[in-house]
Design a protein around this ligand. Sequence first.
Ligand SMILES: *[C@@H]1O[C@H](CO)[C@@H](O)[C@H](O)[C@H]1NC(C)=O
Ligand SMILES: *[C@@H]1O[C@H](CO)[C@@H](O)[C@H](O)[C@H]1NC(C)=O
Ligand SMILES: *[C@@H]1O[C@H](CO)[C@@H](O)[C@H](O)[C@H]1NC(C)=O
Ligand SMILES: *[C@@H]1O[C@H](CO)[C@@H](O)[C@H](O)[C@H]1NC(C)=O
Length: 434
Amino acid sequence: MNALVFFILALYSVFSISIIEASKIESGFSIDLIHRDSAMSPYYNPSMSTLDLLKNADSRSSSRLKRFSLSLLSNENESPESFIIPNNGDFLIRIYIGTPPVERFAIVDTGSDLTWVQCSPCASCFHQDTPLYVSSKSSTFTKVPCHSQSCTLLPPNQHACGKSQQCLYSLFYGDKSFTLGELVFDSISFGSNVTIPKSMFGCGYYNNFTADTSGKPVGIVGLGAGPLSLISQLGDSIGRKFSYCLLPFNSKSASKLKFGNQAIIKGDSVVSTPLLMNSSQHFLYQLNLQGITIGQNTLQTGRTDGNIVIDSGTTLTLLEQPFFDNFLTSMKQTIGIESVQNVPKPFHYCFPSQPNFKFPSTILHFNGANITLTPLNLFLLVENYLLCLTVVPSHIQGFSILGNLAHVNFQVEYDLERKILSFAASDCTDLNLS
Ligand SMILES: *[C@@H]1O[C@H](CO)[C@@H](O)[C@H](O)[C@H]1NC(C)=O
Ligand SMILES: *[C@@H]1O[C@H](CO)[C@@H](O)[C@H](O)[C@H]1NC(C)=O
Ligand SMILES: *[C@@H]1O[C@H](CO)[C@@H](O)[C@H](O)[C@H]1NC(C)=O
Ligand SMILES: *[C@@H]1O[C@H](CO)[C@@H](O)[C@H](O)[C@H]1NC(C)=O
């Protein structure tokens, strides 16, 4: 299929030369981060209950876990990307592509590297509600040459030369989804103030997105740690830093995604832990979770090697077995309230919400950083009366994900320059207003 598609794509091309040049954005900038289930999202469905939303979130979490673990396990000869499931993350941003700019909603993903959108003229595209990106209508569009450094940032088996020496890319995902097309430069803007004049992204002429048939997504914006991600492209202009402060689940307003100097979090409450990104092939943000204290009881993972991926696109927290079992036992004992008989999926511990419920002190111990969680990070009110624990077991040996409910009301800063991740407990509602 590859050869045929590259042949088809080769017919589209015109030669041109471009260079990455992200303009210096001294003071940093911030953009709205829209939860896919909030009223501001194109996915918004007011008839869905919290439990329905959580069930959907859980199936997204499971497929992300599979994708991440395969990505981490794959050896050097295999392309980790080929296992990726282009599973919808939880957050969207508004981007404006080209000149004149056209507004789009794209999924932001700290677990993806390459940004891509569906492009016209399309050989085969999945349904999307909004028109495709038409590069020929954009005066700032140029193609990436295949012998340029930009093109060779893609692994060898994911790029090729087109008929007119343009850079072709291919990404095949674990669930039979794929995107094939040209690597291009065009301006991407995040609103009135901030424009990256030459963003590099995939212009997909041949795509399938089996995971989502809603017609809503137009593509993915990659905030991963790899060389092609938006963060790497913005590079020094944002000091390789971004941060966010996520509002509670079901919140009506947008959270903020901040870049550059605006992303820096300060104060006495800031704690930091190393980002343990191991191989240059793997672009996930890994931390080491040493243990968890629940009330008086400390459980150790016994791991030192970056055993948990922090991911803004996963909702629930997934803990590896058998650590999860110990965590659950300890949580139940400390709270001292029996679980209901029929715990709704995907949860493992739910009990009727009650006024005398005393939330146990719960501390995550990362290398060099202790983080005290709040009830919002661990429990969700489901069906208006059940409090359910939002930590569930990981079904893949040795892999855990710190999902986004656990980030709520923390400022979380990713500093790729210093390779550290920082947290500060905060009221994100107040912060996002300012
Ligand atoms: C745009 O820039 C102005 C002045 O620097 C600033 O006050 C405003 O908040 C910015 N708007 C956005 C959406 O970032
Ligand atoms: C795209 O995915 C759908 C759903 O899995 C499948 O039915 C269809 O055959 C795929 N199309 C192509 C061109 O692979
Ligand atoms: C990095 O990965 C290699 C194999 O993939 C492993 O042997 C090594 O221990 C890892 N290093 C860290 C710091 O996790
Ligand atoms: C984290 O908490 C543990 C246990 O209370 C303590 O031994 C350790 O010094 C703390 N680490 C930091 C960096 O505060």
